[in-house]
Design a protein. Structure first.
Length: 294
C-alpha cells in the first residue's frame, strides 16, 4: 500500500524556518496505531492524517499525532493543513473548515497575487479555559531555571488552553528564556500528576507592547522543543486578554529563535458572550512531497 505525503513549514514565509509539518493523504484505511507509527517514523512535531469530513459544516477531517500521542487540536497543523489542502484540492473559497476531535476549526485563507494560498488564520475550537495555579518551584525545575527566574507579577504559573491544556509561565527576560531547557525527569515527576495533565510547558517573556517571545517544551509528548506552537500561544493570548480586561487584544509572538527556526505567530483574542475566543495565523511554505509504503 502506498500513501502520498507532503511536508510544509508553518508560521514562516521561507523554507527551513517555522515549524515543520507532515501531511498524509488518503488515510481512510489506516488504523490509529499505524498513524502513530507513521508519525513516529516521520519524527516531526506533528503529522496530520487527512480524512473525509463527517461533521456537518466541515470540509475535511484531520487526525493529529505527535511522535508519541494523538492531539484533539493543534494550531500549527491546522494552519499548515488549511493552506496545503486548499492548494491540493484547488479550493476556490476564502474559508476552509476542518473537523478535529476538539471541534470544528475554521480557517481564513490568504492568497498571493496569483491566487495561491500562502497563509491562514484559524480559530481555536473552544473558548479559553483557565485551570489551577502551578507550583513555582516545580515549574522552574521543569525548565532547569532558578525559581526566581519565573516571573509572577504578570501571572502565576498556571494551566490554560483553548482546546488542549498547557502549563504557562512568564520568565523574567529574554536571557532567562534563552537559558531554559527541558528537564525531562522533573517534568515526568510533576506534570502527569496534575488534575489536567498539560501537553507541554510554554514559557514567555514580553519584548514590548503587543509582542512576546516564547518557547514550548513537550518531551513527554515526543517533542523536546517546538519551534512554533499555535495552540499554546492561543492560550497565552487569551490569558493576557483575561488579565488585562477589555474586549480585544492583538499579540505577535516569535518562537523558535533559540532553535534556529524563527517563527512568527499573529494572534487576536476577543471577548464573546461564550467566553474569550482566539485566532492565530501565519505563513505556510511547501517543502517536500513523496510516497511511503505500508
Amino acid at each position: 500500500m502506498e500513501l502520498e505525503f507532503a511536508t510544509a513549514d508553518v508560521f514562516t514565509t521561507r523554507r527551513f524556518a517555522g515549524n515543520p509539518l507532515g501531511l498524509v493523504f488518503g488515510a481512510e484505511e489506516i488504523a490509529p496505531e499505524a498513524m502513530q507509527d507513521i508519525a513516529r517514523e516521520m519524527s516531526l512535531p506533528e503529522t496530520v492524517f487527512v480524512l473525509p469530513a463527517e461533521a456537518p459544516g466541515a470540509d475535511i477531517r484531520l487526525r493529529i499525532f505527535t511522535p508519541a500521542r494523538e492531539l484533539p487540536f493543534a494550531g500549527h497543523p491546522s494552519v499548515g493543513a488549511a493552506v496545503m489542502l486548499a492548494r491540493r484540492f484547488g479550493h476556490a473559497g476564502d474559508t476552509l473548515v476542518m473537523q478535529q476531535e476538539a471541534g470544528l476549526v475554521p480557517a481564513q485563507l490568504t492568497r498571493d497575487a496569483a491566487g495561491l494560498p500562502v497563509a491562514a488564520e484559524i480559530e481555536a475550537p473552544l473558548p479559553l479555559g483557565i485551570g489551577a495555579e502551578l507550583d513555582r518551584a516545580a515549574i522552574a525545575a521543569c525548565a532547569a531555571l532558578p525559581e526566581d527566574a519565573i516571573h509572577v507579577n504578570g501571572h502565576p504559573p498556571l494551566l490554560a488552553g483553548c482546546g488542549v491544556p498547557f502549563a504557562i509561565a512568564e520568565v523574567e527576560d529574554a536571557e532567562a528564556l534563552a537559558a531554559a531547557m527541558p528537564d525531562v525527569a522533573a517534568m515526568a515527576r510533576y506534570l502527569p500528576g496534575l488534575e489536567v495533565p498539560p501537553v507541554g510547558l510554554l514559557l514567555h517573556t514580553p519584548l514590548g507592547i503587543g509582542r512576546r517571545r516564547a518557547r514550548m517544551f513537550a518531551p513527554l509528548g515526543g517533542i523536546l522543543e517546538d519551534p512554533a506552537t499555535g495552540a499554546a500561544n492561543v492560550a497565552l493570548a487569551g490569558l493576557l486578554l483575561h488579565l488585562a480586561g477589555g474586549t480585544a487584544l492583538t499579540l505577535d509572538v516569535e518562537q523558535g529563535i533559540e532553535m534556529g527556526r524563527p517563527s512568527e505567530l499573529v494572534l487576536a483574542a476577543r471577548q464573546t458572550a461564550g467566553g474569550i475566543r482566539v485566532r492565530v495565523g501565519g505563513g505556510v511554505v511547501a517543502v517536500s512531497r513523496g510516497f511511503m509504503t505500508l
